[in-house]
Design a protein around this ligand. Structure first.
Ligand code: HSE
Length: 290
């Protein structure tokens, strides 16, 4: 039996749309074993109501995709998912399913693919690399793709940096959150984000947390997604006031993260309370980068 664990991830970190992400110490576990002539999928924890247990299951599909690529016939599978990452909340649950399925299938079929090949495959399946790269590699990953190949740099999270997360109690699927984005943006907005994302990558690498407030600003996706996340702007502002170094929507939302090196519990509570004032029930937690 193969058992792998895959971290939650927070993508974009504000301005790094589709190219920046960070792994969090908060894991889903995938167990996989060959089962002659059958498919059994068990789901425990998050997503028990939502996750398919048939051939449309994302972990299963990723695994079968890999088996096909490497020419391996498992003959049937038993998959057990022990999930902690909430589904469709912007914390990389689908990336964790893809990466978990690929990693487990790779081990089961004799480790034929390298980590780089798994990353390229995961990015193709997900459509963008910003969640799957840190899910597979850990840490903070800056990534882009060139003709299907992921090019990336992994950096270690700054010492002492933690993440307060507020997780609303509603689902927002990534497709819907991408449909509200414009096809074209102004040069001014592109330049705004370029400056921030370059600053953010360097600030994270050098531990310059005082730059995060500016470096995590975004004009490419968050303004358009605000209408899908009631209270978003208020929660971002409240987290800043409570002492966050930088704040943003996590991935496509609806979760919101705040990066800080102190007062994390307070920031998390303030975010949760501010969501509640906008009629949204949310859980709050403090996580460490993985
Ligand atoms: N970069 C992606 C987005 C992350 O913001 O749509 C969500 O999968």
């Amino acid at each position: 039996m193969v058992r792998v664990q895959v971290p939650a991830t927070t993508a974009n970190l504000g301005p790094g749309f589709d190219c920046l992400g960070m792994a969090l110490k908060f894991y889903n576990i995938v167990e996989m074993v060959r089962l002659p002539g059958g498919l059994v999928i068990e789901v425990h924890g998050e997503g028990v109501q939502d996750i398919a247990r048939d051939e449309s299951n994302v972990v299963y599909r990723a695994a079968m995709y890999l088996f096909k690529q490497v020419g391996f016939d498992p003959g049937g599978l038993r998959i057990r998912l022990i999930n902690h990452i909430p589904v469709a909340r912007g914390l990389g649950s689908s990336a964790s399913a893809i990466v978990g399925g690929l990693m487990a299938a790779n081990i089961l079929s004799g480790n034929k693919l390298s980590c780089r090949e798994l990353l390229n495959m995961a990015s193709q399946l997900e459509g963008h690399p910003d969640n799957v790269a840190p899910a597979l590699l850990g840490g903070i990953v800056i990534s882009t793709t060139v003709e299907g190949e992921v090019r990336y740099v992994k950096i270690d999270p700054p010492p002492g940096l933690k993440v307060a997360v507020a997780i609303p109690d509603f689902h927002l699927n990534t497709r819907a959150a991408r449909e509200v984005l414009p096809q074209h943006v102004s040069l001014a907005d592109a330049v705004f984000n370029l400056g921030r994302v370059a600053l953010l990558a360097a600030a994270l690498q050098q531990g310059k947390l005082d730059l995060l407030a500016t470096a995590m600003e975004d004009r490419l996706h968050q303004p358009y997604r605000a209408s899908l996340v009631p209270g978003m702007k208020k929660v971002l502002a409240a987290a800043r006031l409570a002492g966050a170094r930088g704040v943003c929507l996590s991935g496509a939302g609806p979760s919101i993260i705040a990066l800080a090196d102190s007062n994390l519990e307070l920031i998390a509570r303030v975010m949760k309370d501010t969501f509640r004032e906008s009629g949204i029930m949310a859980r709050a937690m403090v996580l460490e980068p993985s």
